[in-house]
Design a binder for this molecule. Structure first.
Ligand SMILES: [Zn+2]
Length: 111
């Protein structure tokens, strides 16, 4: 698997560029970055925020709990703008809101 430019990562011990291993579907994490030289674990790599993933992501709380971001972008975009600025929410949800509102471009799916 190629390394997403936003995940460029180097081993602090050898300076080698990390290799990213995609984990099986159903794993808690999406992918694992490690050093090809010393095999040191570097970090977990989050799934890319594709347009499809952002559309289907559901709100975990509040008056729109369980509703998909894609539908909310049409029905209540002001609420999603509030979500972006709500400081205690996971970055994944904020990023999904930015994507469905067109504030940032979606990421490409990795093979
Ligand atoms: Zn290393």
């Amino acid at each position: 698997m190629s390394i997403n430019p936003t995940h460029d990562l180097y081993c602090p011990q050898c300076g080698e560029q990390a290799t990213v291993e995609r984990l099986p579907a159903g794993s808690i994490h999406f992918a694992r970055a490690a050093c090809p030289g010393c095999e040191r674990f570097l970090r977990w790599v989050p799934a890319p925020m594709t347009a499809d993933r952002a559309d289907r992501m559901a709100l975990p709380f509040g008056k729109h709990k369980g509703e998909a971001f894609g539908a909310l972008a049409l029905a209540d975009p002001d609420y999603l703008r509030w979500v972006i600025h709500k400081s205690d929410l996971k970055p994944t949800f904020k990023q999904a809101a930015r994507v469905v509102l067109g504030i940032v471009a979606p990421q490409e799916a990795t093979p």
